[in-house]
Design a protein around this ligand. Sequence first.
Ligand SMILES: Cc1ncc(C[n+]2csc(CCOP(=O)(O)OP(=O)(O)O)c2C)c(N)n1
Length: 1038
Amino acid sequence: MFHLRTCASKLRPLTASQTVKTFSQNRPAAARTLGQTRCYTAPVAAEPFLSGTSSNYVEEMYYAWLENPKSVHKSWDIFFRNTNAGAPPGTAYQSPLPLSMGALSAAARAQPLVGTQTNVDKLVEDHLAVQSLIRAYQIRGHHVAQLDPLGILDADLDSSVPADIVSSTDKLGLAGFQERLQVLTVGGFYGLDESDLDKVFQLPTTTFIGGQESALPLREIIRRLENAYCQHIGVEFMFINDLEQCQWIRRKFETPGVMQFTNEEKRTLLARLVRSTRFEEFLQRKWSSEKRFGLEGCEVLIPALKTIIDKSSENGVDQVIMGMPHRGRLNVLANVIRKELEQIFCQFDSKLEAADEGSGDVKYHLGMYHRRINRVTDRNITLSLVANPSHLEAADPVVMGKTKAEQFYCGDTEGKKVMAILLHGDAAFAGQGIVYETFHLSDLPSYTTHGTVHVVVNNQIGFTTDPRMARSSPYPTDVARVVNAPIFHVNSDDPEAVMYVCKVAAEWRNTFHKDVVVDLVCYRRNGHNEMDEPMFTQPLMYKQIRKQKPVLQKYAELLVAQGVVNQPEYEEEISKYDKICEEAFARSKDEKILHIKHWLDSPWPGFFTLDGQPRSMTCPSTGLEEEVLTHIGSVASSVPVENFTIHGGLSRILKTRGELVKNRTVDWALAEYMAFGSLLKEGIHIRLSGQDVERGTFSHRHHVLHDQNVDKKTCIPMNHLWPNQAPYTVCNSSLSEYGVLGFELGFAMASPNALVLWEAQFGDFHNTAQCIIDQFICPGQAKWVRQNGIVLLLPHGMEGMGPEHSSARPERFLQMCNDDPDVLPNLQEDNFDISQLYDCNWVVVNCSTPGNFFHVLRRQILLPFRKPLIVFTPKSLLRHPEARTSFDEMLPGTHFQRVIPEDGPAAQNPENVKRLLFCTGKVYYDLTRERKARDMVEQVAITRIEQLSPFPFDLLLQEVQKYPNADLAWCQEEHKNQGYYDYVKPRLRTTINRAKPVWYAGRDPAAAPATGNKKTHLTELQRLLDTAFDLDAFKNFS
Ligand SMILES: Cc1ncc(C[n+]2csc(CCOP(=O)(O)OP(=O)(O)O)c2C)c(N)n1
């Protein structure tokens, strides 16, 4: 504790107030955060108790005393005065008189300068013990809080009571309290004895249990700590390494009397519980054998969400985007989002036909969007619930992305207007890795939504699995600790405690704009769904549940006992809501047809006609004026700001780009630049996200320039193109695919007027995001009538780099295309190509030229509807000298080419052509090189299929008809059981009415996507080229 003495002796000439000023000038606010190193250099002084760990405590008190001498216990006041007055070491301290609780002011009677060294040591030790005790409650109080409404389980999966906390099951009953004090005092953890219970202790500045008091008897300290930390709320926050945030939480939970509710608030809470409870009962009465994943056992969820929304609305939020699993979803739709009840009820009618195209989805997966007045705040609020698949937690990043987009489009840079609420089940929250990935996006500049409120419906069971078999962490919420989110566990049978933590959670989000978790510890009254028998697997738990009084009944009895409502008022509230349900049920009978479009979570006003149809079925030319190309090219090859030093290597890259532009050509990077830059000019926001996308994994893009001399000084030339251009966002993501792709999908959901692209580092990595692809991107429109124009850029190509970085698995995407391989569509249909696009579930392309890549990106936005676009992008072609496109192919009037036909000598005399080779992507360049080497340019035509899906039946039919004497072969560099073969072959056969075989030139089937051996790779390549150009290769099979 020499620090204090040093400070004191240094500051002695000053008065207390001068000292405070000087000290606070030297000590910025941030210096008071935990972990800050304190630095004092003068020699140790002689006060014997000023040593070791006591130093922080006494030092805290000293600072408090400097600010206000009355804020510390009288004995310390005297000590500090004596010290400052120059008392010699060992003489400044005098022991205080013992104080009883009712005699706090007796401290004032302490006499100066009397005392013994033993007293001194004991006093300091006791104060330290009390401080440690307070800290123990703050850190570990939640372990003994009474969180389980059933009273049989431990929310932290641990029945032991921390040795340094004196809690017991019968909380503040007198007998129990005495018993607990015994644990503490007689041989207890901190060496305090019973005689200390009535001694008054100075409270450190890190607690608020004192309210107006700065000192309290130990007995009262313990009582208040128990009250704050060991009742129905368990607060986990002491891992947060920010003093201001910790203090904020302590103030919220420790301040005496902080959890007060007005009678009005209690009545509102009761009414909300009535709705929540009676809604489930109504469904149960009407459709007792239908699955609905009811909320029974956690009915408090509805008032909890409404409280979070009310409080957030009060703080200025006008849009809340929610994501949630099955449990209680219908109830949330009905009572939080306020979907018309008849719309919900008619989903139970198995006789109603679906009006919309697509497969639709079950009622407890559908989304919803609703703008309404918040009755508590009288302000407008838009609430949406994002549709989700069964895959638990998969919607988390999607909700985040949509929230980010809504914030972006309304200029809400701090998340003050738009926020997300995510609901979770306890088993899923602990078990699904996507939760962790999503948390890691929460504080990244390009991904933060400035705080999400997470609400866990912790019914202490996952389907049939006990939590002890479902997680290794104490709580299901521990994953949130990685981002220092405070976690409020609360017993759901105490509705007021729940409302309180929800208010605090909303305030936390509003104050710090960081994530927060509300853990509603509850139970599940029925089985996993209403048909399930829970007694098979959880007999004892369910015996207890059978005895459990529903929370509504409990709370109603409490309020009746308190005189807040009377029994008839309560019954009236129930019958009022029952009547609402009955009337809606009657109206639901009038519904003749089911409209999934009533369940849209993200409307795009103005994009479609009022009937939800595209405004046209055409797509304009995707070409650009030469000046536009030249202008974008010149910005792309320069540094558009002054005094900015770029890397020498990059200067060379930009110079090369400049030369390309001068020669009126583009490579891959420039083509992308042209597409992005021109769309920005047209007011289309572009967001490119993924691992290392700013530079580009293959160092070809360089969309963010870094000054070589100034740290973090960057320039994004794309944002310097046009005076009123749309913003360009390019952001390196965290090392996540599932989370980031989900996020971008959500971002793309918010507006049709944005080009949102996710680039995989290598295409094969998309498989860790497979759930987003399988559950959202591929079937999203069919399930939820919701279009999405997300673009996936998947680097793909057999470059001899081994099995891991070669294949983006085209076969998987192609297998999930919804077009029929065996049915030739009506090729005469007007705008066949656009209709085909409109009908497909996604577009899959592999462009062989930069120009076509440019066109397909622009087409994505110029189309009058939105479809996901999967692009297999090249690696070696990024720098291939032949992979260039002239401006001529990008001018007005030009289009994306679904097929690039042969245009060489073979096309001049098609009758002479012996083989028509079809291929896609980079292998084209291997094939043309080989053809030239073999001097077969007249005999072999090569046609590139650039758009694989929807399959260009019309153009390919023309190609086949053009070469009547040619046999047909599909050539790919991928193994036979992979790539495109299985997709292309039946469609080619259908195109030609199965008139000819379609041969295969490519690698043999294999388990791995590619060999790890370079020589084998080259041998395989040569073999497939040999087959492709051996005109007799297929003779024996004919
Ligand atoms: C990713 C995933 N795996 C498995 C399932 C099957 N499943 C549906 S609900 C459920 C239990 C979920 O438990 P919990 O998260 O605690 O929510 P609860 O059903 O208890 O509300 C399981 C395993 C699923 N839907 N999603």
